[in-house]
Design a binder for this molecule. Structure first.
Ligand SMILES: [Ca+2]
Ligand SMILES: [Ca+2]
Ligand SMILES: [Ca+2]
Ligand SMILES: [Zn+2]
Length: 359
């Protein structure tokens, strides 16, 4: 394990330093797939989710009825990198319907309301593509190594339980139903994509309780940061607390307002753990969210932090501990943005009682 980790860290830190110094490295061959994603279309999607964009915490599923969500919650968006087949397939996403009709349009026009199962297919295409584009905008696949730069299989299970998961052995994301259809909330889709990102960065990632918790935490963090970035890109409203994860999917499970399946800004510390990956993940995601604020106070940006965070994850062992992963993140921050930024990382983890040697 150490034989693998140490050289990789040196290589990656070298790449990061070169990128930050403005040295442009040759793009890896896998970064683009010419001919497999050059068409564009349009689709109708939620602006992350209808609760986050409207601020209306009284919205409920009402058995998947179209009338339950106002027309103002939808946005017409470009669907990029399609393969031109008329299906929702492209360079970074391959949507399959486990049951029912696959969305098809010879003009690449995909406009459906939420009671039509094809709506979830459009959501999955748009948001997985958006997440990959976000990673690429940070430099992954150009100045930095690619991250999951392949056509991600996504299966929409029209009859399944509420059991979305990313199944790395078969390399696909499955989005289920139950309460609000999972793919009606972009934060569920991007959370699952976060697992695919980890799997692509470190084979078999998540084989310890701590690593599994980090996987859940990163999924939640990625979901929120990609959604906020998209809101900025497209000019969408955000009328719910930014650290609230899966506002719309949560309406089926939570009675307190605001509806959040989980949050990134809890005060949980290591001793609060319950040995359950989603719950324990909130200890880790609170540190990630805290670093974001600390770096902003230092004059850095959320994008700077997101780039450093994802870069550091190449260095996590599949069965890492919180402590070892925190140290790897600290060392990457030191290499990319220097001692002050690294100290902020160390302090954010220490606030969650996650420490490592030298901290
Ligand atoms: Ca639906
Ligand atoms: Ca659900
Ligand atoms: Ca949210
Ligand atoms: Zn998960």
């Amino acid at each position: 394990m150490n034989n693998r980790r140490t050289p990789q860290r040196i290589v990656l830190v070298g790449i990061a330093a070169a990128a930050l110094a403005g040295v442009v490295l040759a793009a890896p061959a896998t970064a683009t797939k010419p001919g497999s994603g050059t068409s564009s279309g349009t689709g109708s999607v939620f602006m992350v989710n209808p609760v986050q964009s409207s601020g209306d915490q009284t919205l409920t599923d009402q058995k998947d009825s179209a009338a339950a969500v106002p027309a103002a919650a939808y946005a017409t968006v470009p669907l990029r990198n399609l393969d031109g087949s008329g299906y929702l397939r492209g360079a970074w996403v391959n949507v399959r319907s486990a049951t029912g009709a696959a969305a098809y349009s010879p003009t690449n026009t995909f406009s459906y309301l939420r009671d039509d199962d094809r709506f979830e297919q459009v959501m999955a295409y748009f948001w997985v593509n958006q997440a990959q584009e976000y990673l690429q905008s940070l430099g992954f696949g150009s100045s930095l190594p690619p991250v999951n730069a392949e056509s991600q299989d996504v299966r929409i299970d029209q009859y399944g339980q509420d059991n979305s998961y990313s199944w790395d052995k078969h390399d696909y994301i499955r989005l289920g139903k139950g309460g609000v259809d999972d793919a009606e909330d972009a934060e569920v889709i991007v959370h699952e994509y976060g697992h695919a990102v980890h799997d692509a960065q470190v084979a078999g990632f998540g084989s310890s309780l701590d690593a599994g918790s980090i996987g859940e935490a990163f999924g939640d963090y990625l979901a929120v940061t990609v959604g906020l970035d998209a809101a900025g890109q497209y000019g969408w409203p955000v009328d719910a607390p930014a650290p609230c994860v899966m506002d719309w999917d949560a309406t089926s499970y939570t009675s307190t307002v605001p509806h959040c399946l989980r949050r990134l800004d809890t005060s949980l510390v290591l001793e609060d753990r319950r040995n359950e990956v989603h719950y324990d993940g909130m200890i880790w995601s609170a540190a990630l969210w805290d670093v974001r604020q600390r770096w902003t106070a230092l004059g850095l940006t959320s994008r700077d932090w997101d780039r450093t965070l994802v870069l550091s994850q190449f260095d996590y062992a599949p069965d890492t501990t919180f402590s070892a992963a925190a140290e790897a993140t600290y060392r990457t921050a030191l290499a990319t943005h220097g001692p002050q930024a690294a100290a902020a990382v160390r302090e954010a983890f220490a606030a969650r009682h996650i420490t490592f040697q030298g901290s």
